[in-house]
Design a protein around this ligand. Structure first.
Ligand code: A2P
Length: 303
């Protein structure tokens, strides 16, 4: 970790910058950015699940250098091509309004990154993160991955890594987005699921009916609609749960795990304090991590 700190960044070179969505009708703009870090100290020294830092050029409106922003690594540990030289991430343009006066607000780092062209140089730090990782013996576990939006980034890397290694474990990826047009890496996951019997790709659209005409659903709702599938992965002591994305999904996933799994299996992922154990409906985010404490089999990366 922290091979390059903010006062000593390294320089990578952009090699690819493309959209992560299939058509042009997505509600937001999300890019897959690939950066060449060959001949830097980052080459071969990052792991899937970690993040790296980006220092945007220029200064803030107060004349200070911009601070580091962390971006999740979206490629396997070996990078995009297995050589450890090509680092990838998933960047969503921040386009918003100032709360005080309603003026347009453009996020500094995300728009800088999304505008980059092949050949452009980027100041990088990191890697960072020591908790949201794959286990040391991947084939000894089965996986349920839950993502909302750009929270898909680490799971793209993890799924590619597990499948490329020939791991026979069951892997279920559930991805939540507002509309079908906003699904990220959808073609890639659809293809991987068709090629690998042990990989299931589920989508959850929150603002429109699903492809099979069932109603809008949040990603954790898949624990209800696909209960048998998730039980096959998570009832055994091999199961691991990973969540990445919006902070609100955390308690949602925990509630649905409590409903979908036996108390014994649920208890392997989350310890619920006795006074609240019987009331999943009443659980709130503020109860994490005291009253609802995730165990070492549950990995949360929310923002
Ligand atoms: P919605 O915005 O319809 O409420 P994106 O980052 O592309 O906006 O996608 C984030 C997805 O996560 C959206 O589908 C969003 O739904 C959904 N979402 C919002 N809040 C929660 C929550 N508490 N639990 C799970 N998913 C959520």
């Amino acid at each position: 970790m922290h091979i390059h700190r903010p006062n000593d960044p390294t320089v990578g070179t952009v090699v690819e910058n493309r959209s992560c969505t299939a058509g042009r009708k997505a509600a937001s703009f999300v890019h897959h950015l690939v950066i060449d870090v060959s001949n830097t100290n980052l080459a071969g020294r990052f792991r899937v699940g970690q993040a790296f830092g980006v220092i945007p050029p220029g200064t803030t409106e107060h004349g200070k250098p911009h601070k580091v922003r962390l971006y999740s690594i979206a490629c396997p540990t070996g990078g995009e091509d297995g050589t450890g030289n090509l680092l990838a991430t998933t960047v969503k343009r921040t386009i918003d309004e100032h709360t005080e006066d309603g003026r347009l607000f453009l996020g500094v780092a995300s728009n800088y990154l999304c505008d980059l062209k092949p050949g452009d140089k980027v100041h990088l730090t990191g890697p960072a993160g020591k908790r949201f990782l794959l286990p040391a013996a991947p084939e000894e576990h089965d996986y349920a991955f839950f993502a909302t939006g750009t929270g898909i980034a680490p799971f793209r890397g993890m799924v590619l890594e597990l499948l490329a290694a020939g791991v026979k474990s069951s892997i279920v990826l559930a991805m939540g987005s507002p509309y079908a047009t906003d699904l990220l890496y959808d073609e890639e996951f659809t293809r991987l699921a068709a090629e690998h019997d042990n990989f299931t790709y589920l989508t959850a659209l929150s603002r429109q009916p699903q492809a099979d005409n069932t109603p809008a659903v949040y990603v954790q709702g898949r624990l209800e609609t696909h209960r048998d599938l998730f039980r096959s992965v998570l009832e055994s002591p091999r199961g691991l749960v990973y969540c990445c994305g919006l902070a609100g999904m955390e308690v949602g996933v925990i509630q649905q795990l409590a409903k979908a799994l036996s108390p014994e299996a649920f208890g392997r992922f989350v310890k619920a304090a006795p006074e609240i154990a019987a009331e999943p409906e009443a659980w709130t985010r503020r109860m994490i991590p005291r009253a609802l404490s995730p165990t070492r089999r549950m990995f949360l990366e929310v923002y």
